[in-house]
Design a protein around this ligand. Structure first.
Ligand SMILES: O=P(O)(O)OC[C@H]1O[C@H](OP(=O)(O)OP(=O)(O)O)[C@H](O)[C@@H]1O
Length: 153
């Protein structure tokens, strides 16, 4: 999928398209490293809001600020990944859109939602390029919306 960004037109259009998946306008976009961060930044720029990178296996040991951290359930590679960011980057008044390239188990998106809730902020949902959810209930429960379903690839 990373080869898609080589196409200039697709690169220009993907941020606005992801940003249009929900009617609610976010005040901030978040995206997990690495591809979610790249796409999230494009989406935030298209929406005219800021962006927060959800970092992987990184935390307060690197600085003195307070962090929020969540460990995923088993993801598509059966890993338990610790995601987080500095607590001060999200305010309780924020409306937060998560962006990623694809979802499989949904473990990454569930951890991102938990982080947003830990900050007392409003979670809008996850916006992905490809919906490959194995547990289809998560599509509604997260919620998760996507530009493509994996069956279309
Ligand atoms: O629904 P899940 O099972 O959680 O899987 C989806 C996640 O996995 C991929 O990231 P990956 O961990 O491969 O990181 P990368 O973007 O750095 O390649 C993808 O970019 C999502 O973030």
């Amino acid at each position: 999928m990373t080869g898609w960004w080589r196409d200039a037109e697709l690169l220009r259009e993907v941020g606005p398209a992801l940003g249009a998946l929900y009617d609610v306008t976010p005040t901030v976009v978040i995206g997990p490293v690495s591809r979610g961060a790249m796409l999230g930044a494009l989406t935030a720029a298209a929406l005219g809001v800021g962006f927060v990178e959800v970092r992987k296996d990184c935390g307060p040991a690197t600085d003195s600020d307070r962090w929020v951290l969540r460990t995923t359930g088993p993801d598509y590679r059966d890993r338990h990944v610790v995601f987080g960011f500095r607590r001060g980057l999200l305010k309780s008044s924020d409306r937060v859109l998560m962006v990623d390239d694809w979802a499989d188990t949904g473990a990454t998106a569930l951890a991102a939602r938990a982080l947003v809730e830990d900050c007392g902020a409003h979670w809008i949902g996850a916006a992905c390029v490809v919906d490959g959810l194995t547990d289809t209930r998560l599509r509604h429960d997260l919620p998760l919306r996507a530009l493509l379903n994996i069956r279309q690839l």
